[in-house]
Design a protein. Sequence first.
Length: 74
Amino acid sequence: MGNGAKAQQKRERNAAKAGATAKSQNKTNQAALNIVCQTCRQAFLLTTRAPALEEHAQNKHAKTIAECFPTFGK
């Protein structure tokens, strides 16, 4: 067994170890999308603040924040 084989084994071991511990960021991001515009169904992160939502409602739909996001703040 030469040095090349040992190096390949180490790469495979490290890749397997990294794959087992890595969490999917996509799943985390999807779970955080809890605010949904009722007009266009665009999802916003749970941490989005009222000014950004109000800007979306005004600019995209010419509506109020209460019309586009009736459950926001409840």
